[in-house]
Structures are given as structure tokens and as C-alpha cells.
Design a protein around this ligand. Structure first.
Ligand code: NAD
Length: 503
């Protein structure tokens, strides 16, 4: 089936049927590059969400999916991966229209989504049960992995399909059923994706899809006793709400939250012109890719004082040169922010930074290019002379804002790198490998890059320390999240327990 924005309605998918909302509710989806509507999608009511959960519960309990063999399920994953590649261009186009990111980024996203499905197809095949030696020849003791059950998956708008694929692929591999709720800001690629799941032949009711705002659907999705696991990616405040809502049913919850990620640069990393230019390039890309709307964006530059002035000047020069424009224009290097609301939030943070006494080096405003006037664009922004007491240093802005702090000793660099309530990702640049190893072990973040930044792989765990969340996605742990470990003790020669004396 050809995927076009025009055929993404009806937009709810429950028990294999595509439908509109039970109350006829809809939402207009806006292209952030132009400010105009792309199309309208159907929005679920809480009753629709409850119905989707009840279908997922029924389909899980009747075993039509959980009872399939690993080989059958991994064949579906492989088929989905093939379909993703077949429709890569349309999917990337939809992602760009919806999020504003460049087509080049969207294509990488679709390749990454594909690799997640291929990775879990391979992993599930070898992630077997475990025999436990209990020292008694008549006992077979084994730990088996069973699907956790009905999963609710709630995703953000910055990497709409990629973030939800980190949940769907391991859940399918494990044998779970699920209800997906993409961000109401960017639902399109997930609708297109569910059509591919259907085309791949995954049984009806395994993958269900609802649309709508978290405020309306949150309670129905997260305080429901039929749900076994909630996997959420989004902001800290929402994560807290979901954890509280799930507590009454003791539902397992994994939350992947925000980050305020340090990028630490030592003078020894920039001692020759090439290394200097490369480091500037990595810091620039680390923070301004996708206009900073990346949970792991390197938004805090922590730099050795002796090289800071030169480095910040070079960085500002490069930031001024970033070509901004529609994601569909192949010459654009970065697109608009995802929405007008997000731009207003960034503007508030810029005003706050100025008020807090940070030195605005570059950006800080909307571009004055007339061609960009209708989109929600914002210039790459750098604040120098920042310190840890400032909110722009401590709070996640989720936009193109870099703050600069300076240090003089390695201890100070490490202390600053850990001086955040978040703990998602961090980068270190140094030519001294012993120092680099000390730093990467000392930093309390879920991913740490040494002399690189922003790279990840489906085979390695992703997740946060501290308030960046709990649980892990990707890697073997990303599959275990969707499994219950069951210990089976089989006594092949039963005898009396013999504890109490027989009278
Ligand atoms: P958000 O928290 O506003 O929304 C995320 C999702 O939660 C959306 O689908 C939204 O509709 C839903 N939601 C909102 N209120 C809800 C409620 N009460 N109950 C249930 N669901 C609810 O986040 P966002 O603005 O879409 O995304 C940006 C955030 O996501 C940033 O903080 C970013 O750091 C984070 N993020 C984290 C990772 C990671 O891997 N840790 C990856 C991407 C984004």
C-alpha cells in the first residue's frame, strides 16, 4: 500500500480494524516549516483507549500471539524490517513533514528503526532459557522468559517512529500485545507504520493504536488494571504523573525522560588545528542537530578555561553559518522547531538566560529571513559565562540553546559533569586516554561518549541515571523489559517433604 499523508485516516487501529473516534473527535496536524495544516487525524476518547486495552488483553490471554514460536515471531520482525526499507522514502517524507527535521535525518531514522527490528529478530532467537544447577540430579531447575503481557507505549514527538520502535520491536519479539499512543503533535509515521505491521501479517489485536493528548487519554492508559507494563518516553513531569497513576495497580513502568547533557572538552583535545576544528564540529553537531530537540543533545559545554575563549568564538562562527530551512529542501542543514508552542518555550528560556546574567554570544531570536517567517524557526543560540546556579544550565530546554561553563582542573570538570539531576548522556574530549577512562567511569550518565558524541547502536543499552529515568531500552536489557523471568522447579522423583513429623 502506498503511504501518503492523505491515506492516514481513519487513524485508530483496534483489533485489526481502522476506525475514527467514537465521539468523532479530530486534530489538525501542522507542518512546522510552513505553519499550515498537513491533514486531520482522528483522536481517541478514553473509552476508545479502554477498548484498545481490552482487545490487547483478550488477544494476549488467548495465546494466539504469545503462544507462537520465537522463530515465527522473528520472521514477522524481519518482514517488518523489509517493508520499512521498501517504504523508506515515503516514511521519511512523512516524518519530515510532521517534525520539521531534514529529510536526511528522517532517512537515517528509518534506517535506525529497521536496524532495531533486525537486531531484536536476531537477539530473540538466541535469548533462551537458563538451566540452574541445584545440585540434585532428580531436579530440573530452569528459568524461562515469558512475555510480560499487555503493554502501553507512549512516545514523544522528537523521534516519533524511532522512539516507539525501541518499544514495539522487543515487545513483538517477546510475544506481548500492545497499545501505542504516539505524541499528538507527530502521529503520522506511527499510523503509516501500523499499516506495515498489518501488511506483514501480524495477527489482529496484537498492535493497537490510539491517538490523542496525554491529558485526555493518560488516566485510561496508565491506571488500567489490564495493563502489565507501561513504557514511556517523554518529559520528567509527565513521567512522574504516569508513575503515580500506575502505582495503584502496581503496574511495571519504564520511563525514559529528559537530559541536560554535559560535553566536556579538555585543552589537550584541541591542541592542534585539526583536533580543534573537529572538536568544534562535534560540539556544534551534538547540540544543534534537529535544532536541539534531542534528549541526548550536548547542551552544556564544559570547557577548560585556557582554550574557552578561542573555542567559543569558533563555535559561534560555525553556529552562524548553519543553513536553516524546510526539511524537504536538500540544502537545509536544520529545520524548524516542532511547533509554535515549542518556540515560545525556547524564547522564554532565552529571556531567562539573559535575566540570569549569562552572556548571549550568538542567536537568541527568530531568523529574520522572510522565507522562514511562517515556520517555527529559532536561531542556534550560545550563552557563555554560565554557572550551575542558572536555570538554563539545570533545566532541559529541548531546543537550540548551548550553555558554556569553564573549569581549570579535572576534578572540577567531573564535578560539573555530574552536577545535574539528570543523567542521560555525556561526552568527554581528551587526548589523554587515562584521563578519559577516569572521566567515563566517574560520570553518572547512562551513555558516555569519549572523543565522539551522539552515536548509538541498537545492540547497546540506552537509558538514564537519576531523573533521566529508569529501565533500559535497546540491547539485551531492552528485550528483558518485556519479559517475566519464571523459575520452574521440576522434581522428577517426588518424595515426602519430611519437615513435620508424621503422627
Ligand atoms: P511529553 O512528556 O510532553 O509527552 C510525551 C508523551 O506523553 C506524549 O505522547 C504525550 O501525549 C504523553 N502524555 C502527556 N501527558 C500524559 C499523561 N498524563 N499520561 C500519559 N501520557 C501523557 O514529552 P514531549 O514534549 O513529547 O517530548 C519531549 C521530552 O521527551 C523531552 O523531555 C525529552 O528529553 C524526552 N525524550 C527522552 C528520550 C530518552 O530516550 N530518554 C528520548 C526522546 C525524548
Amino acid at each position: 500500500m502506498a503511504i501518503e499523508p492523505g491515506n492516514l485516516r481513519p487513524s485508530l487501529h483496534i483489533g485489526g480494524e481502522w476506525s475514527g473516534s467514537s465521539d468523532g473527535g479530530t486534530r489538525e496536524i501542522v507542518d512546522p516549516a510552513t505553519g499550515s495544516a498537513i491533514l486531520v487525524v482522528d483522536e481517541a476518547t478514553p473509552d476508545d483507549a479502554r477498548r484498545a486495552i481490552s482487545v490487547a488483553r483478550h488477544v494476549f490471554d488467548d495465546g494466539r500471539w504469545a503462544g507462537t514460536s520465537v522463530a515465527e515471531r522473528t520472521a514477522f520482525l524481519t518482514k517488518i524490517a523489509d517493508l520499512l526499507q521498501r517504504d523508506k522514502e515515503q516514511l521519511a517524507h512523512i516524518e519530515t513533514l510532521d517534525t520539521g527535521k531534514t529529510l536526511a535525518e528522517s532517512r537515517i531514522d528509518i534506517d535506525d528503526v529497521t536496524s532495531v527490528f533486525r537486531y531484536y529478530a536476531e537477539l530473540a532467537a538466541v535469548h533462551g532459557d537458563r538451566l540452574v544447577d541445584v545440585g540434585r540430579p532428580e531436579v530440573i531447575s530452569r528459568v524461562v522468559h515469558e512475555p510480560i503481557g499487555v503493554c502501553v507505549m507512549i512516545a514523544p514527538w522528537n523521534y516519533p517512529l524511532l522512539q516507539i520502535s525501541w518499544k514495539i520491536a522487543p515487545a513483538l519479539a517477546a510475544g506481548c500485545t500492545m497499545v501505542l499512543k504516539p505524541s499528538e503533535v507527530t502521529p503520522l509515521s506511527t499510523i503509516a507504520f501500523v499499516k506495515l505491521v498489518q501488511e506483514a501479517g501480524v495477527p489482529d489485536g496484537v498492535v493497537n493504536l490510539v491517538q490523542g493528548s496525554g491529558a485526555v487519554l493518560g488516566e485510561a492508559l496508565t491506571a488500567n488494571p489490564d495493563v502489565d507494563f507501561i513504557s514511556f518516553t517523554g518529559g520528567l513531569a509527565t513521567g512522574r504523573t504516569i508513575l503515580a497513576a500506575a502505582a495503584s495497580n502496581v503496574t511495571k513502568v519504564a520511563v525514559e525522560l529528559g537530559g541536560k547533557n554535559p560535553h566536556i572538552v579538555f585543552a589537550d583535545a584541541v591542541s592542534d588545528p585539526t583536533a580543534f576544528a573537529d572538536s568544534v564540529d562535534h560540539v556544534l553537531t551534538g547540540v544543534f542537530l534537529h535544532s536541539g530537540q534531542v534528549c541526548s543533545a550536548g547542551t552544556r559545554l564544559i570547557i577548560e578555561d585556557s582554550v574557552a575563549d578561542l573555542f567559543v568564538a569558533a563555535l559561534a562562527e560555525r553556529a552562524r553559518g548553519i543553513r536553516m530551512g524546510s526539511g524537504l529542501d536538500p540544502t537545509s542543514e536544520t529545520g524548524p522547531l516542532v511547533s509554535e508552542a515549542q518556540r515560545r518555550k525556547i524564547e522564554k528560556y532565552v529571556a531567562l538566560g539573559v535575566e540570569e546574567g549569562a552572556e548571549l554570544v550568538v542567536g537568541g531570536s527568530r531568523p529574520d529571513d522572510r522565507e522562514l517567517a511562517d515556520g517555527s524557526y529559532f536561531l542556534p543560540t550560545i550563552f557563555d559565562r554560565c554557572d550551575r546556579t542558572m536555570k538554563i544550565v539545570q533545566e532541559e530546554t529541548f531546543g537550540p540553546i548551548l550553555t558554556v561553563e569553564r573549569f581549570t582542573t579535572e576534578e572540577e570538570a567531573l564535578r560539573l559533569g555530574n552536577d545535574t539531576n539528570y543523567g542521560l548522556a555525556a561526552g568527554v574530549r581528551t587526548s589523554d586516554s587515562a584521563r578519559g577512562e577516569r572521566l567515563v567511569r566517574g560520570l553518572r550518565h547512562g551513555t558516555v561518549w569519549l572523543n565522539d558524541f551522539g552515536i548509538y547502536t541498537a545492540a547497546a543499552e540506552w537509558g538514564g541515571f537519576k531523573r533521566s529515568g529508569n529501565g533500559r531500552e535497546l540491547g539485551p536489557s531492552g528485550l528483558s523489559e518485556y519479559q517475566e523471568a519464571k523459575h520452574i522447579w521440576h522434581n522428577t522423583s517426588p518424595t515426602a517433604a519430611g519437615w513435620f513429623v508424621t503422627r
